[in-house]
Design a binder for this molecule. Structure first.
Ligand code: NAD
Ligand code: BTL
Length: 492
């Protein structure tokens, strides 16, 4: 398949092969066909990219380029992504199995992220602060952190990359990105676009390969000043340990096990519709999927019945077919993980209301498909209620009082996101105030946009992406104090 892509690393402004002869096949999750073969990097490739980024930061001009000019390059990226939207969406759907409609939506979001950070690039000229010393000037400025390692997951390959690339570039950092080894295509394409947009050599570097080699090198290498990671909690903890080598700045966007509370006074039809969307969109492979449904007892049975009836109608298929609502899971290994999780639920005594197996449709046998699944009679101590399945599986718990709903929602090591459905706004605000999560949606679910910070409480992560906070992650804060009338202290 000719994807018209430069299937190589991008280091110091050049497209280069891997030091070793190793390669990796990229697999289409819909039919297991090989879409592309890319170099599989090792530590030496990562070290070359880090050296290029270090040199570009220490001796290059990007960090001191006027912020307005950096903003113009970031804005150009938004324009190029819009220009190549169809091609990018095609590559994303090919690589992840998600529908073209989803991928097109992702590309719009990604262009929006570049545009947002382009606008912010030159808006922070520093701040004068009050000084306790007369005849002095005290000011606070923000400077780029330096060399940034950026590691992304496979579920939203380019979207998650854009949340890191745009703010890092806007603030004058240099970077090395390592996309997920199973979904590198759109990231490769965007590096081609960054070259076209005029990002100077060495400022952005791309290394393809596994987490255990490239990711581990980025996390531990002492020439890297910041590591920004989006992925699973187990990997996040490893990165945190490795990053202690030189006390790197750390941004971690980890998993979630997100509650969605449905009160009896919610708009029933909308709540059913959005509860389904909150879990089964992108086959549940979303960090903020509302997989823990917490439903008020008085409407529980009717609500579950409505969910099950709708789930039975879902159209599974190719992301390129009109009408497909849910694509395959990303890989055979990932589907096996989801299957194990469902088996655990059955063994724990939860009731399988629908799904719980692979589809029988002959058209879907080559893909990594799994039927949308709902468990009822779930209780908070069950592993299926506590652990992230990252697949199309919903657990349903019951509650009878507001405090109980909030307690159930907070009973998790995670704290990424959650939802509350009710027409009683005071009740919704009370719940939102008590829910220990980085995002709480009231009468909505899974909405994110560039202006709003994104990140987790508890073990869902450290730091924030998007919004102004997402820009600040890539800056160091410096206080410059100038004494305009120095005098001797006469102490010694
Ligand atoms: N909080 C968020 O915004 C957010 C967004 C998307 C995905 N996620 C989470 O990502 C997870 C799914 O993604 P995944 O399966 O790709 O996660 P993962 O942790 O397996 O991999 C993520 C990235 O880390 C790399 N990696 C693996 N081992 C590494 C190591 N030892 N050192 C450095 N890097 C290493 C991988 O190669 C990949 O690029 C889920 O838990 C999901 O919730 C979170
Ligand atoms: C952050 N988000 C919702 C775009 C993707 C999470 O997996």
């Amino acid at each position: 398949m000719d994807l018209k892509l430069q299937l190589q690393h991008y280091i110091n402004g050049k497209w280069v092969g891997a030091d070793s002869e190793n390669t990796r096949d990229i697999i289409n999750p819909f039919n297991q066909e090989v879409i592309a073969t890319v170099p599989e990097g090792d530590e030496s490739d990562a070290k070359a990219a880090i050296a290029a980024a270090r040199e570009a930061f220490d001796n290059g001009e990007w960090a001191s380029t006027p912020a307005t000019e950096r903003g113009a390059v970031v804005r150009k990226m938004a324009e190029l992504i819009e220009r190549d939207k169809e091609e990018l969406a095609y590559l994303e759907s090919l690589d992840t199995g998600k529908t073209m409609e989803e991928s097109r939506g992702d590309m719009d979001d990604i262009a929006g992220v570049f545009r947002y950070y382009a606008e912010l690039a030159d808006k922070d000229g520093g701040e004068l602060i009050d000084s306790p010393v007369s005849n002095s000037i005290s000011r606070v400025v923000r400077e780029p952190v330096g060399v940034c390692g950026q590691i992304t997951p496979w579920n939203y390959p380019l979207l998650q990359a854009s949340w890191k690339l745009a703010p890092a570039l806007a603030t004058g950092n240099t970077l090395i990105m390592k996309p997920s080894e199973i979904t590198p295509l759109t990231t490769i394409k965007v590096f081609q676009l960054m070259e076209e947009a005029g990002v100077p050599a060495g400022v952005v570097n791309l290394v393809l390969g596994s987490g255990a080699t490239i990711g581990a090198e980025l996390s531990s290498n002492e020439d890297v000043d910041l590591i920004s990671f989006t992925g699973g909690i187990v990997t996040g903890k490893k990165i945190m340990q490795a990053a202690s080598s030189n006390v790197k700045k750390l941004a971690l966007e980890l998993g979630g096990k997100n509650p969605n509370i449905i009160f009896a006074d919610a708009d029933f039809e909308i709540a059913v519709d959005q509860a389904l969307n909150g879990v089964f969109f992108h086959a549940g492979q979303i960090c903020s999927a509302g997989t823990r449904l917490i439903v008020e007892e008085s409407i529980h049975d009717e609500f579950v019945q409505a969910l099950v009836e709708r789930v039975k109608q879902f159209k599974l298929g190719s992301g390129f077919d009109e009408g497909t609502q849910m694509g395959p899971l990303i890989s055979a290994e990932h589907r096996a993980k989801v299957e194990k999780y469902v088996e655990t639920g059955i063994n724990e005594g939860a009731t399988l209301a629908v799904g719980g197996k692979r589809p029988e449709d002959p058209e879907l046998q080559k893909g990594f498909f799994y039927l949308p699944t709902i468990f009822t009679d779930c209780t908070t101590e069950m592993a299926i209620v506590q652990e992230e399945a990252f697949g199309p599986v919903m657990t349903v718990e019951k509650f009878s009082a507001e405090e109980e709903a909030v307690k159930l929602a907070n009973d998790s090591i995670y704290g990424l996101a959650g939802g509350v459905w009710t027409k009683d706004i005071a009740k919704a605000e009370r719940c939102a105030g008590k829910m220990r999560m980085g995002t709480v949606w009231i009468n909505d679910f899974n909405l994110y946009f560039p202006h709003a910070p994104w990140g987790g409480y508890k073990q869902s992560g450290i730091g924030r992406e998007l919004g102004k906070s997402g820009l600040e992650e890539y800056t160091e804060t410096k206080h410059i104090f100038q004494n305009l009338k120095p005098e001797p202290i006469n102490w010694f």
